[in-house]
Design a protein around this ligand. Structure first.
Ligand code: ATP
Ligand code: MG
Ligand code: ZN
Length: 268
């Protein structure tokens, strides 16, 4: 890329980011722990509180946000840039996955290509003014979260998602250390798939015991944002392309997300 073009792009990134209040990266040490689910529902819960929220999915390998939010087709552009999808008033979303052709060519992308793609995405998406931008990244401490943190200059915080089985694992510690090294404050840990909501009576059963997430947070001196139970409604909402949190939704998982959003926004 010629130097001039590169400079123009980084100016564009700066001007986009200037309109965005808090930038938050959602991370996990391991795959499949519910990072995207947490990102979608925290974003929805913040929007429910009345904030203007954007959700940016930078997972090239397995983008799940399009499915979870029912985003389809190639993104449309206006003179001001790519128009993010409006999920409901106050919540917009965009996924890098929508720009890929559905094949697996992205799997062989190297770090600099990912960096370039993420930079382009940040430069081009016209979020307008946002209170919060949540970034859903692939598992681990790889190129994607690193690129986003470098590109954004200042990230306001990270939310780390884990499951009760992984609490003791080294992955969480690694995510926390990664944040420390990059000077990104850890906003807190979400323990997902923590216990089970009985589909019959709605009661919560703590299959793996309880309190692990809280103990972990204490150990690393980071806030605990809540324990989200395994709940069929959470999974079904994802399958149906809508957040669990949102107009007309209730239940234990939705209220845990709402509380976590309040902690993050400083309303609690
Ligand atoms: N609390 C929950 N209750 C029920 N199902 C859940 C819950 N959290 C996540 N799931 C389901 O588990 C699966 C994995 O969740 P999700 O895609 O959010 O994980 P992820 O960490 O983003 O995965 P990846 O590492 O592939 O990005 C999805 O089918 C999702 O609907
Ligand atoms: Mg995911
Ligand atoms: Zn029951």
């Amino acid at each position: 890329v010629p130097t001039q073009e590169r400079e123009d792009r980084s100016e564009l990134v700066k001007s986009r980011l200037a309109l965005i209040g808090k930038k938050i990266v959602v991370m996990s040490g391991k795959g499949g722990v519910g990072k995207s689910t947490v990102a979608v529902n925290l974003a929805a819960a913040l929007a429910e509180e009345g904030f203007q929220v954007g959700l940016l999915d930078i997972d090239i390998h397995g983008p799940s946000i399009p499915k979870m939010l029912g985003l389809e087709g190639r993104p449309i552009s206006s003179v001001d840039g790519i128009v993010p999808a409006e999920v409901f008033p106050g919540l917009k979303a965009m996924s890098l996955g929508l720009f890929l052709d559905g094949d697996d060519s992205a799997v062989i992308w190297r770090g600099p290509m990912k960096y370039g793609a993420i930079e382009q995405l940040i430069a081009d998406v016209d979020w307008g003014t946002l209170d919060f931008l949540l970034v859903d990244s692939p598992p681990g401490t790889g190129d994607e979260p690193l690129s986003v943190i470098q590109l954004m200059g200042k990230v306001d915080g990270a939310v780390i998602v884990t499951t009760p089985q992984d609490l003791a694992l080294i992955d969480v510690a690694r995510s926390i250390r990664f944040c420390e090294q990059l000077k990104v404050p850890v906003l807190g840990v979400v323990e997902n798939m923590s216990g089970l909501v009985c589909p019959h009576c709605g009661e919560r059963v703590d299959v793996f015991g309880s309190g692990g997430g809280q103990r972990l947070a204490q150990k690393y001196h980071v806030p605990f944002l809540g324990a989200v139970p395994l709940d069929q409604a959470v999974m079904e909402a994802g399958e149906n392309g809508e957040p669990l949190v949102g107009p007309g939704h209730q239940g234990e998982a939705a209220s845990v997300f709402a509380r976590a959003a309040q902690i993050i926004s400083g309303e609690e």
